[in-house]
Design a protein around this ligand. Structure first.
Ligand code: OGA
Ligand code: MN
Length: 280
């Protein structure tokens, strides 16, 4: 049995007293695999994970995806995507300003990620919190008529559109990267494939538009849903410590990075990304 405490009134738990570097912790990891469906987010503090162990733990959740920005797969293990402001030999070791908007990981592919495991290797003493919001709570708190109105709508998610906005100062995506990330259409309300619980599936920047409605109405609705989705009542703010591992369910949460003094402090985060299935 895991020893846990809640992180937020509606979702998220911290698991206490667990050393995931221990080879005999696989049974505990399998319990985390079961718990994430129910709690949407799991925090485990004070870990000392090798890159290989991080990948091995992640594999117990499912197959792993490799990020389209290959230049940030710098640990020697292609399953680990590095988020960082650190450069080595003049080259960034990771993607800086990754996730500086509300999103669910890999929502821009036809089969988006089921979940992510983000491990804090080095963190600034202040700033760079990550915000997480429960899209179950967001959907369930909508008025019934709004729920009915959006129940069968779809939205277009676009990585190219997002990349052009977020990273306008960088070299554009290559033809190969663009070919790997064509625009995709997903339901605005999705069903959790394990629990059957519904959630709101929207996002800033990556979600280009809501379909099936007149353009101005679609735009107003998307803005309203995005605003609602990140209300304080559905949001947990995580202040990172080195050695924190957070596992979240991309099928029913969104998250967003927050700024820090990036010319003064270093930040290195390692993420693995678990494959998922087509939203419905
Ligand atoms: C991610 C992400 C935000 C952060 O790892 O997918 O969006 O605060 N991270 O690093
Ligand atoms: Mn992310």
């Amino acid at each position: 049995m895991l020893q846990t405490r809640p992180l937020h009134a509606g979702f998220g738990i911290e698991v206490l007293g667990l050393d995931l570097s221990a080879p005999d912790s696989d049974a505990a990891v399998d319990e985390l695999v079961r718990q994430v469906d129910r709690h949407s987010l799991i925090l485990v503090r004070g870990q000392a994970l090798s890159n290989q162990r991080h990948v091995d733990i992640s594999r117990r959740f499912g197959d792993l995806m490799t990020h389209v920005l290959k230049q940030f797969l710098t640990t020697g293990l292609p399953e680990i995507y590095v988020l960082s402001n650190v450069t080595e030999d003049g080259k960034p070791i990771g993607n800086h300003k990754e996730g500086w908007n509300w999103h669910s990981d890999l929502s821009y592919v036809a089969e988006p990620s089921m979940g992510s495991l983000l491990y804090a290797v080095e963190v600034p003493p202040e700033g760079a919190d990550t915000l997480f919001a429960s899209m179950h709570l967001a959907y369930e708190s909508l008025p019934a008529e709004t729920q009915a109105r959006i129940r069968n709508l779809t939205a277009t998610h676009s990585y190219a559109g997002y990349y052009g906005k977020a990273f306008a100062d960088r070299a554009p995506l290559t033809e190969e990267q663009k070919a790997r990330t064509p625009d995709v259409v997903h339901p605005v309300v999705r069903t959790h494939p394990v629990t059957g619980r519904l959630s709101l599936y929207v996002g800033q920047d990556i979600v280009k538009q809501i379909n099936d409605l007149p353009a101005d109405e679609a735009e107003t609705l998307l803005a309203a849903l995005n605003r609602h989705a990140i209300s304080d009542e559905f949001t947990y703010r995580h202040k990172w410590q080195q050695g924190d591992l957070i596992i979240w369910d991309n099928r029913c949460t969104m998250h967003c990075a927050t700024p820090y003094e990036d010319t003064r402090y270093r930040r290195i985060m390692h993420r693995t990304t678990v494959a998922g299935t087509r939203p419905f």
